[in-house]
Design a protein around this ligand. Structure first.
Ligand code: NAD
Ligand code: WQD
Length: 323
């Protein structure tokens, strides 16, 4: 049984689909602060399989402990948290409470229930200002905002935990920019209010919910002057979690892995690609740079690729034939 905190959210819902498709049983634990229970019904529709759903908050130790025990959790994928960079600067304590205290409470509950496998959603934001590109996992870490600091703090907490007890199995996944939606069109990203991120904003312009996109800066040192990022499809990201679980199952460890493509695209590349996909023009205007943005970054995805290759080459038929 895989226990998925934040499983009703954007990345969590896509991961639940892939977990169910791969034959795992799944319990979603979510307080629906940034998602809808409808997403869970859609997951069941896509997969034709049932989920166990527990409404609860990772800041509540009693709720968590009961949920871990009654679900029979063997491993946790931990998506639950707050993720808006600007908001984290306005409400730092709320971010520390949800992201840091919430994760601490989760780890304590896991320890007391002897569940010692966790995959954690970290972010490329932990690399801070690029000292070299592409970012390898060994790039120095720093936070340029409160949200990033909460991710760094949790990464540190997980590493300290593993050092104290090497029977833990910990996967820290640093996501680059997740985009896209499941091919069925039944689940996707549904931000509340004004989207902070590029692709949900573009999508809302395309359907007429917003008049135009502000392109934040066209004077960066990039091929077309707009910001360049490493956009990874959310289903590929979801599959990265299954690969991480497989690797953790093989042996206890604390691993940190980038999940990106290694290829950078500009804001205008993304707008043009979306125009082609939806067959409509996307209105945009150039606006001043957004505070805190950097010109360009992308992942070095070699480690994730090597892990996948090592797993698949040593287990060509997956678990069905042991050697
Ligand atoms: P999301 O907001 O769509 O999903 C988060 C889910 O967690 C939501 O369903 C929300 O209701 C739930 N949640 C929040 N606080 C909770 C709490 N205290 N208790 C229980 N449930 C709670 O976000 P997402 O884009 O799916 O991101 C998932 C994770 O990945 C987050 O930890 C985020 O920081 C991280 N991440 C996201 C991105 C991105 O660009 N989307 C990039 C890097 C890392
Ligand atoms: C992408 C590009 C913008 C909106 C953020 C977090 C990061 C991670 C992923 C969680 C940039 C431009 C955007 C708009 C625009 N999240 N843009 N107009 O800032 O790379 O990363 O999400 O961990 O931590 O910082 O993503 O989608 O906001 O921006 O021109 O309306 O699109 O300037 O170049 P970002 P984004």
């Amino acid at each position: 049984m895989i226990f998925v905190t934040g499983g009703a959210g954007y990345i969590g819902s896509h991961t639940c689909v892939e977990l169910l498709n791969a034959g795992h049983q799944v319990t979603v634990f979510d307080n629906f602060s940034n998602s809808q229970p409808e997403a869970l019904r859609r997951i069941e529709r896509i997969t034709g399989k049932q989920l166990q759903v527990i409404e609860g908050d990772i800041r509540n130790p009693a709720e968590l402990k009961t949920a871990l025990q009654t679900s029979g959790a063997q491993a946790v994928i931990h998506f639950a948290g707050l993720k808006a960079v600007g908001e984290s600067e306005q409400q730092p304590l709320r971010y520390y409470e949800n992201n840091v205290q919430g994760t601490l409470t989760l780890l304590q509950a896991m320890q007391s229930c002897a569940v010692k496998t966790i995959v954690f959603s970290s972010s490329a934001t932990v690399y801070g200002i690029p000292q070299f590109l592409p970012y390898t996992e060994a790039h120095p870490l720093s936070a340029t905002n409160t949200y990033g600091q909460t991710k760094l703090t949790v990464e540190r907490m997980l590493q300290d935990l593993y050092r104290s007890d090497a029977t833990w199995r910990i996967g820290i996944l640093r996501y680059f920019n997740p985009v896209g939606a499941h091919a069925s069109g039944l689940i996707g990203e549904d931000p509340q209010g004004l989207p902070n991120n590029l692709m949900p904003f573009v999508a809302q312009v395309a359907v007429g919910r917003r008049e135009f996109l502000n392109v934040w800066g066209n004077d960066y040192d990039t091929p077309d002057g707009t910001g360049v990022r490493d956009y990874i499809h959310v289903v590929d990201l979801a599959l990265g979690h299954l690969a991480a679980l497989n690797r953790l199952q093989a042996q206890p460890q604390c691993m940190t892995v980038n999940l990106g493509t290694g290829i950078g695209y500009s804001v205008l590349d993304m707008v043009r690609a979306f125009e082609q996909a939806c067959g409509k023009p996307i209105a945009f205007q150039f606006s001043p740079r957004r505070a805190g943005d950097i010109a360009s970054y992308c992942a070095d995805p070699k480690l994730a690729a090597e892990h996948t290759w090592r797993w698949q080459s040593q287990n060509p038929q997956g678990y069905s034939i042991s050697h």
